[in-house]
Design a protein around this ligand. Structure first.
Ligand SMILES: [Zn+2]
Ligand SMILES: [Zn+2]
Ligand SMILES: [Zn+2]
Length: 428
């Protein structure tokens, strides 16, 4: 990263920090929890609120105070994005221009990528401007390769523009310096690898995965760098997980579930005074765990089925729940108020044993299991690849560090087909 781009990246971080503190709305709950973000909707009974991580709904009666900041970029951003219509791609470009201009306080790169990509895809006439804008912002954030790809896309959108050319040439110099360092790392790792020093080669290979010359690996070596890393990692026994590729989840210690804190594992509402007589579970059960007494671990992707038994037809139904969203799913699917109101008695709520979870992929080995019978590596091809890298390094072979593009927009950005912004998030 150059000094200027590093400075720009820092400036961007600063802008985010300011955006989060200076212009955010604030909700304080009765229990003291405080959230900062943007109010999406206020009704008589609830407030829908967007934080940096999620969209939350708070019942009015749980809110101690709600402070609304004067309309800042974060609030304005919600309004501007909320009216976008894929039938009018020009508006996406306008929103992008607002984000990098007056709305800079609410700028984030994923949103900018999406806006520019939609504008470029659905109206070719906007593709050049959209990619030039994205190139500028990604370069400012220190993402030089991405900026290079954007410029390559801009060149496809409108070939032969002087402005595109001069920016490409400037960036090429920067990228070449980075490429040199990356190729040196790659060459070193490949030398270790051809000397069968797998363990020593692995860290360097991991670093070189997305670096210069990695894009030529499939041609020269018959596999991608990512595949090569997996191949090599299988031969190196990770010390942390003893080659297992996974570790017990630190939060639940492998148990996949833990006692519900709200009812202290009893499954019954703390303030419930009934008892004795036969009751509708909807009246007595803890609202957090719905009488299950245990909740799935939110950390390790634990999952299970919950079966609800009713006194009237349909006599039972099954709900699939996941750790982290378990309470929300249960509240949505077993609406206690409705059951109480309609006097349909819930006789029992049972949970099947958790079917997954309990472990997390090991970080150092990236979850790759040790395999003593892994097939041999194609040493001939590895050597040929290393020779090619060496030739580019000393300059006997030319290397253009500028990424190539095939389209005037990046299909990966909108592969999820989320083109509309609804209720504080991107949606289909
Ligand atoms: Zn490991
Ligand atoms: Zn866990
Ligand atoms: Zn509970």
């Amino acid at each position: 990263m150059t000094v200027t781009s590093r400075r720009a990246a820092r400036a961007l971080v600063l802008v985010f920090a300011l955006a989060a503190t200076a212009v955010a709305d604030k909700v304080v709950l009765n229990d003291g929890r405080t959230y900062e973000g943007v109010v999406l909707e206020e009704t008589d009974t609830s407030v829908r609120f967007k934080t940096a991580k999620a969209v939350l709904t708070f019942p009015r009666k749980e809110i101690a105070s709600l402070e609304r900041s004067p309309v800042g970029p974060l609030q304005e951003r919600e309004t501007r994005l909320g009216v976008l219509d894929p039938g009018k791609p020009a508006e996406y470009l306008a929103a992008a221009n607002w984000l990098v201009g007056p709305g800079r306080g609410a700028l984030d790169l994923p949103t900018l990528r999406r806006l520019c990509t939609i504008a470029a895809k659905f109206d070719r006439a906007h593709a050049w401007e959209a990619q030039m804008l994205l190139a500028k912002e990604t370069e400012a954030a220190g993402l030089n390769r991405e900026a290079g790809t954007c410029l390559a896309r801009a060149e496809i959108a409108k070939p032969g523009q002087a402005e595109t050319k001069s920016r490409i040439e400037k960036l090429r110099t920067v990228l070449m310096r980075e490429a040199q360092t990356e190729m040196e790392q790659l060459q070193k790792a490949l030398t270790l690898l051809t000397g069968e020093q797998y363990e020593k080669a692995l860290p360097g290979l991991r670093k070189a995965r997305t670096g210069a010359m990695s894009e030529r690996a499939p041609d020269l070596m018959g596999m991608s760098m990512e595949q090569l890393v997996t191949f090599v990692a299988r031969r190196v026994k990770c010390e942390k997980c003893n080659g297992q590729g996974e570790l017990p989840c630190p939060l639940c210690e492998g148990r996949k579930e833990s006692e519900c804190a709200d009812c202290e594992g009893t499954g019954t509402r703390k303030d419930y005074k009934g008892g004795g007589r036969e009751v509708n579970l909807a009246e007595s059960a803890c609202k957090t765990c719905h009488g299950l007494a245990k909740l799935l671990c939110p950390r390790c992707d634990a999952e299970r089925d919950v079966i609800v038994f009713l006194a009237a037809a349909p006599t039972q139904f099954t709900i699939r729940v996941k750790g982290g969203s378990e309470t929300a799913t249960l509240q949505k699917e077993i609406d206690f108020k409705r059951f109480t109101h309609q006097a349909i008695k819930i006789t029992m709520i049972l949970a099947e044993p958790p079917r997954s979870g309990g472990t997390l992929p090991c970080t150092p080995c990236e979850g790759i299991k040790f395999d003593s019978s892994a097939p041999p590596l194609p040493m001939e091809k590895l050597r040929a690849y290393r020779e090619e890298v060496a030739a580019c390094l000393i300059g006997t072979r030319t290397y253009d560090p500028l990424p190539v593009a095939e389209k005037a927009w990046d299909p990966a950005v909108i592969a999820d087909e989320m083109l509309r912004y609804r209720n504080g998030r991107w949606a289909r």
